[in-house]
Design a protein around this ligand. Structure first.
Ligand code: MLT
Length: 337
């Protein structure tokens, strides 16, 4: 069963099937910040297929990739106001609306897919979901796992933070990520995701960071030659639903979307493990990207960037929130402010 997707004119959401209890076919809109083909798309299509199957075709979901429905941060606003049903976007673009989620984007907290799974599928994730409902009016239904964010640039190999000197690096409009680059000695350029490819292409910025899968999906290899095999933030891409929309659904329909979110999340995890290495290889062999290992096992990057953690204890809800996450990952508590 395939979902309808792409390039359809924006339709006003149909009245809810759930409220009336009548089996009235309807179509929901899902925004994707990335192009078709990556982890956002895998999560989105899997979710859409499951919902369509479980509702016997009563609900279909149209996907709008490539930021067609606005920047990732716009889609949070729109979902919150009930103008959009669903969106898949990078977690760092939710943090400005719900700062406690920042615990997942503090540099070097999540260091592997297993760490990402631990923090997104347990009690910590449940609390963050409740916080996004309270703060941003959106509910996290599932997660796409895209892998570590790798620094790319068009100028030269970058192995240590000093190599960044003179490079203009794009970052999301996210205070934590901006502070990480400042700790490495540069002032990055905060830019919306939807403007990033053009800015790289026109040389407005020299570099950016995103996972291998995203570098491939977004064809960044056309405008970037160098990749640093770093892992300062793990890219998580939640699937969110407008809380107003969710509350308008019948209990049965709510159950369907919650289950579909969980099943799509499991699929996304497997997809990352199965595809990331092959994509990395293809970026080198087919697209000529040059991969540089961070100097000294990334120690200098880690020491400088983790120094910003205390600046964000208040916004994430207190140092204890970070300590809970670190404990769940089997690590020592964070330093005091
Ligand atoms: C960003 O860099 O803004 C995000 O990682 C984009 C994305 O959703 O992949």
């Amino acid at each position: 069963m395939r979902i309808q997707k792409l390039l359809l004119p924006m339709a006003v959401s149909a009245a809810t099937l759930a409220l009336s209890g009548q089996a009235m076919a309807e179509t929901w809109k899902m925004a994707l910040g990335d192009a078709a083909g990556g982890t956002q798309y895998e999560l989105g299509t899997t979710f859409a297929d499951i919902v369509e199957e479980k509702t016997g075709g009563e609900v279909t979901i149209d996907l709008f990739p490539n930021g067609q429905l606005g920047s990732e941060q716009d889609t949070v606003n729109n979902a919150s106001m009930g103008l959009l049903d669903l969106s898949v976007l990078a977690i760092n673009n939710i943090t400005p609306f719900s700062p406690t989620v920042g615990v997942l984007t503090l540099p070097y907290v999540i260091q592997s897919p297993e760490d990402a799974k631990t923090l997104t599928q347990g009690e910590i994730a449940e609390e963050l979901t409740q916080n996004t409902i309270r703060d941003a009016g959106v509910r996290i239904l599932g997660w796409a796992y895209s892998g570590c964010r790798r620094l790319t640039n068009s100028a030269r190999p970058v192995a240590s933070p000093e190599d960044l000197d003179g490079l203009n690096i794009r970052v999301p409009k996210n205070e934590i990520m901006i502070a990480a680059y400042q700790a490495w000695g540069v002032n990055p350029a905060p830019l919306a995701w939807s403007e990033t490819f053009t800015a790289l292409q026109q040389g407005v910025v020299d570099g950016q960071d995103n996972p291998y899968i995203t570098i491939d999906t977004m064809k960044f290899y056309e405008v970037q030659d160098h990749v640093t095999d770093s892992c300062y933030v793990f890219s998580l891409q939640p699937l969110i639903i407008s809380e107003g929309k969710f509350q308008s659904l019948s209990p049965e329909m709510q159950e369907i979307v919650l289950e579909a979110g969980q099943e799509a999340t499991s699929h996304s995890y497997d997809f990352l493990l199965e595809s990331e290495e092959a994509i990395k290889k293809r970026l080198v062999e087919e697209h000529g990207m040059q991969i540089t290992e961070p100097a000294n096992d990334e120690q200098q990057w880690i020491e400088m960037a983790t120094g910003i953690w205390p600046e964000f204890y208040d916004s994430i809800g207190g140092k204890e929130k970070l300590d809970q996450a670190l404990e769940a990952l089997g690590r020592d508590p964070a330093p005091q402010s």
